[in-house]
Design a protein around this ligand. Sequence first.
Ligand code: FAD
Length: 383
Amino acid sequence: MITVCKKDNCAGCKICSDICPIGAITIDDDIKAYNAVIDEARCINCNLCHKLCPQNNIAKLTEPIAWYQGWSLNPKIRANSSSGGLAAEISKSFIEHGGEVLTCRFKDGTFGFEFFDNVNKLSVAAGSKYVKSDPAGIYGPLLKKLRDDKQVLMIALPCQIAAAKAYAKNHENLYTVDLICHGTPSPKVLETFLAEKGVDLAKVKELFFRDKGQFGLRSGAVPLDKFGQDAYMYAFLQAILYTENCYHCPYAGFNRVSDVTVGDSWGSELSREEQAKGISLILCQTEKGKNLLEMAEIERKDVDIEKAVAANQQLQRPSEKPKKRDFLMDRLGKGESFEKILFQIAPLRTAQNIARSVAKSILPGRSRGGGTGSVYRWSPKRP
Ligand SMILES: Cc1cc2nc3c(=O)[nH]c(=O)nc-3n(C[C@H](O)[C@H](O)[C@H](O)COP(=O)(O)OP(=O)(O)OC[C@H]3O[C@@H](n4cnc5c(N)ncnc54)[C@H](O)[C@@H]3O)c2cc1C
């Protein structure tokens, strides 16, 4: 098997399959790793895939010139967002100034990307999707818009921003916001987990991964696991679910690939009330980034950057691969039940959920409802 980048190191940005002039590249997803596989018999050796791949050629990373914590001044936008609503607020002002926004949206069971030119439609994109999204097909249309003198703001994971910048050759009309990223699982893992719970991902209308500090899957009003944190989100936060490349991600660090980086302001000293409403951490790398932040209607406060970095491992290095990750992936690959595997690797979590469900049946209304567990922050291991 000939692959575009080192075996098992593909980030799934799909720039190679998009750029290949003869369609000789397929993306193989075996849930443990993605691989961009080249059909040797058809390859014309143009080398475009190798050159543009953001895993082969690491994009320029820039040290932040300013950092803040903050939130959208619009309470509805802030409430509708996972963190402080920075992504939505920056998107809104960008469109109001005549630009378009390219970002991820959950629709028909997939996590693809869409262009937005109407602020009233932006709300469908809000919310963190804790899964690998799929940028297939975006690069050509993006470059066309940029060349047609349209300013486009892309909001995405750092590896996807790196790919778009490579494709667009850092076009001046391209503005970028990347998310601090813990790592991403293949959507097949999510699909398998939901199927086990009797939920067909393809038929789900809305899917939420988090309500502010409460992490847990919810489709509609009721959390998927009523008695504690669901197994998918538990495993996500423990970093056991990611594809192989995420554990070596070159874009997880203090120097960033984009104009502005947004994440959660873990470790904030601001009031509990503000924290409950969501506070974003904001890193600004460029003059373009400064313009984005100046245009947006946001509250900006000083942040102790050392404290913020200490509380957010992804600003120092990628997630470490836990030993139990390969065990879980092997079992999942063999078709074993997600809950059963999790019981083997995290028996305490399963026992707590069972205890809560028993308590709920004995004392209805007394046990913790809507349970999404107690993991509030990303990084259980602090430096
Ligand atoms: C997989 C993943 C891992 C993350 N890990 C961390 C972390 O370790 N530490 C931290 O501080 N923050 C992390 N974040 C970022 C955090 O969850 C919030 O998204 C961020 O703080 C922005 O919040 P917001 O309120 O401004 O916007 P949100 O309401 O979260 O909206 C975010 C924007 O990003 C886009 N988006 C959401 N999910 C994806 C996706 N999977 N792929 C591409 N685009 C997407 C949305 O379409 C929207 O435009 C992660 C986000 C994701 C998706």
